[in-house]
Design a protein around this ligand. Structure first.
Ligand code: SF4
Length: 469
């Protein structure tokens, strides 16, 4: 039995691991003697964007991409180091690459702990940390020098995307100024560094020109965008654009693609973006990792915006934009979580009536300050609370989804396989939310945005027919 939202679809907090192996783009037509790289991308969408940058650079230099480790000249493993379970998976992926190929370079979050990697796998050729693009590319050069081929070294202007062609992640900043006690990301990735708005917008423009229909805006804390650069202006097209959450959202919304905002905290300035959602400029969707509903637990977690009047804010957002979908993630069993605090969490869920929710049992990440809080919640209590949480949320999610039955919804088509069509409404992010199963009288294409009449809802997904193309 599945409880609540499918945990396999649930993203964790703003830096939770997705740990998904993404298929590499097809490299047919590459020169036979081009050096080849097999690439494993583990971790969250932010790590995926790092992988895309590294691959784009390598591909631009003439490296071919291999879908298999065996036979490739080198394997690069982009690791996730967030949770201990993600680290174990990263070490296993490195082990597989060594077994199947032998020549392995490690990069990504776990690269911040080179000793742990070398202790488990002494034969790795090089270890580089997160965002060390230059270093990882240099390590590849050293292991397998590039071959120059002026006819084959061209890459598409938008770079190489690991996501399907019709959606792409857009990373607007690196690092984080918050210090949540369960998280070591700021230690691994440093403080907030925002990209200039013009830089982000130019990348978004290139993506849209290359056929991307949906831009997924990501960072560790999207609503904090630009704080580090004092919201500096940069020139895009004929105007100056401030590096500010609202300004960037508005300009992205002018590009003609769906714009989905992930990892937003309920700060007061987020209010400004809700009218853009109501006007259809950006998707009426907010991914807000609340993590808990008890003020005392949030305080111990040192969560950003914990002191804000969240519930009143959410109610106001829904008044302005009734179609708003709110997705969130929570942790149960945080150190010291009492029965009363857990009940507060359930009451928060009931009151907030969130559309999409993922839940995680607390896992002590090595080096996280929360481990020193003591009062660990026993595993059986954590299991029980998780079950109760998921049961409560399942009912809420099902009720929220049912509201869509009988409505016409825009749906972006993600897959067409043996006649089965799968897509997502404006309220569903790829990989983490539900899907819409569609039937259609005429063929539809992946990436097409159709109008569907929703005729049925189950606990997670919708079903409907295509009524407009
Ligand atoms: S410190 Fe908090 S806000 Fe920052 S990355 Fe970690 S969990 Fe996210």
């Amino acid at each position: 039995m599945r409880l609540g939202l499918d945990p396999s679809r649930a993203s964790g907090h703003c830096c939770a691991a997705v740990n998904k192996h993404f298929p590499l783009p097809d490299d047919k037509g590459r020169s036979q003697d081009a050096p080849s790289v097999s690439f494993v991308s583990l971790g969250c969408p932010k790590a995926l964007v790092d992988s895309e940058r590294i691959i784009t650079r390598l591909r631009a230099e003439g490296y071919a991409l291999s879908r298999e480790h065996a036979g490739a000249d080198i394997v690069v493993v982009n690791t996730c180091g967030f949770l201990d379970s993600a680290k174990a998976e990263s070490l296993a992926a490195i082990g597989d690459a060594i077994k199947e190929n032998g020549r392995v370079i490690v990069t990504g979050c776990m690269g911040a702990e080179p000793d742990a990697i070398r202790a488990a796998h002494p034969s790795v050729l090089a270890v580089t940390g997160p965002q060390q693009y230059e270093q990882v590319v240099s390590a590849v050069h050293e292991a397998v020098p590039p071959k120059h081929d002026p006819f084959l070294d061209l890459v598409p202007e938008q770079g190489i995307k690991l996501t399907p062609r019709h959606y792409a992640y857009l990373k607007i900043s690196e690092g984080c100024n918050n210090r949540c006690t369960f998280c070591i990301i700021p230690r691994l990735r440093g403080d907030l560094v925002s990209r200039p708005a013009a830089d982000v917008l130019r990348e978004a423009e290139r993506l849209v020109a290359a056929g991307v229909k949906e831009l997924l805006v990501i960072s560790q804390d999207t609503s904090a965008y630009g704080i580090d650069v004092k919201f500096a202006d940069s020139r895009w097209r004929d105007r100056e654009v401030r590096a500010k959450f609202f300004d960037l959202s508005k300009e992205l919304g002018s590009l003609g693609a769906w714009v989905r905002l992930h990892y937003v905290y309920p700060y007061p300035h987020v209010d400004e973006v809700i009218p853009l959602m109501a006007e259809g400029k950006v998707l009426p969707y907010l991914d807000i990792p609340f993590q808990h509903g008890s003020p005392t637990v949030l305080k111990r977690m040192k969560r950003p915006a914990a002191q804000e009047k969240t519930m009143a804010r959410v109610a106001r957002w829904r008044e302005i934009c009734p179609d708003l979908t709110i997705r969130s993630t929570f942790i149960v069993g945080f150190p010291g979580e009492t029965d009363a605090e857990f009940e507060e969490l359930l009451a928060f869920l009931e009151e907030a009536q969130l559309d999409r929710v993922g839940c995680f049992k607390y896992e002590p990440v090595r080096g996280a300050p929360a481990n020193d809080l003591g009062n660990a919640v026993p595993q059986h209590v954590m299991d029980e609370r998780y079950k109760r949480f998921m049961e409560a949320q399942q009912k809420i999610s099902a009720k929220r989804l049912k509201r869509k039955v009988g409505r016409r919804e825009k749906v972006i088509v993600d897959a067409v396989e043996s006649g089965a069509i799968r897509g997502r409404t404006r309220g569903d992010a790829p990989e983490i939310d539900g899907v819409v199963h569609l039937s259609a009288r005429r063929p539809v294409k992946v990436g097409e945005i159709v109008t569907a009449l929703i005729d049925r809802a189950d606990a997670y997904d919708l079903h409907g027919q295509v009524v407009g193309f």
